[in-house]
Design a protein around this ligand. Structure first.
Ligand SMILES: [Zn+2]
Length: 291
């Protein structure tokens, strides 16, 4: 079995606003880095065309019908059609203070969700799947685009997995910001665990421990936190949660904006710190035999 598949949506370059920080280079540099660092990768290209998701993987073409229906697992129908219409008719603008759209944004955002959904079908062939997609998703709520996010990629996948009778889904969100949208969408799903580390107080204003319940685990950290803080949380606390939750699958919102060189976040995590977090997650997946 090949170990790692990377899915990406090449059309993401059409979701672009001059000088905005959420820009195509984020994905381009990740793909370049992955190709450089790892030689045994498989890449899959994801396109949304004529209401169908098409995935080109090796020499195969995989087609998924009715992909838009998956969006309704996490988002209100009116919201989905609002995004579709505004992209088609207005072609360029902002959905909130910092979330832009172009005429391609709806298509590209559906591809990002679609990459997650298709991952479920490809898990039989790959142990790990890394979806390098734009736009991001964890701030998108049931009916609102915000924080550069249009549709909630990871929450849609989690809801889809529930529908497929996978129980005990564990989302780890190590992005610098709290995934308010993910938390909102899964808040009443006791079989979806949501674990988030993020600086607090800070954007988007949510993520305090007061919001926690038996399956929501917010771990807010001081804005100037460095590696040591994350060593403790990911080295000890996360494993204790795995012991009690016994998840069947791990989904990760990998926000590399925790890095000390990120221009818009205050956290001071080094490359070593990020490596530690990823190693811990990988070790837990192996220890508990999870995908
Ligand atoms: Zn972030």
């Amino acid at each position: 079995m090949s170990k790692l598949l990377v899915l990406y949506n090449p059309d993401h370059i059409n979701h672009f606003w001059q000088s905005h920080v959420e820009r195509p280079e984020r994905v381009v540099s990740l793909l370049e880095g992955l190709s450089f660092a790892l030689s045994s990768l498989h890449f899959g290209k994801v396109y949304f065309e004529n209401e169908k998701l098409k995935v080109f993987l090796n020499k195969d073409l995989i087609v998924l019908e009715d992909i838009e229906n998956f969006l309704y697992l996490a988002h209100e129908k009116d919201y989905v059609s609002y995004i579709k219409t505004i992209c088609m008719e207005k072609k360029l603008g902002f959905l909130d203070l910092d979330t832009y759209f172009t005429s391609y944004t709806y298509k590209v955002a559906v591809e990002a969700v679609g990459a997650n959904i298709i991952s479920y079908y490809l898990l039989k062939d790959y142990k790990y799947i890394f979806n390098v997609v734009r736009p991001p998703g964890h701030h998108a709520t049931k009916n609102k685009a915000m924080g550069f996010c249009i549709f909630n990629n990871i929450a849609t996948l989690a809801k889809f997995l529930l529908k497929e009778n996978i129980r005990k889904i564990f989302i780890i969100d190590f992005d610098a910001h709290h995934g308010n949208g993910t938390q909102e969408i899964v808040y009443n799903d006791r079989d979806i665990y949501y674990f988030s580390t993020h600086f607090y107080p800070g954007y988007p204003g949510t993520g305090s421990k007061d919001e926690n319940n038996e399956h929501i685990f917010n771990v807010p950290v001081d804005p100037d936190s460095s590696d040591e803080v994350f060593f403790n949380i990911y080295g000890n606390y996360l494993e204790s949660l795995f012991e009690s939750c016994k998840p069947e699958i791990i989904l990760v919102s990998a926000g590399f904006d925790i890095h000390e060189l990120d221009p818009i976040t205050p956290l001071k995590v080094s490359y070593k710190g990020i490596e530690f977090i990823l190693e811990k997650i990988k070790n837990l997946a192996e220890k508990y035999n999870l995908k």
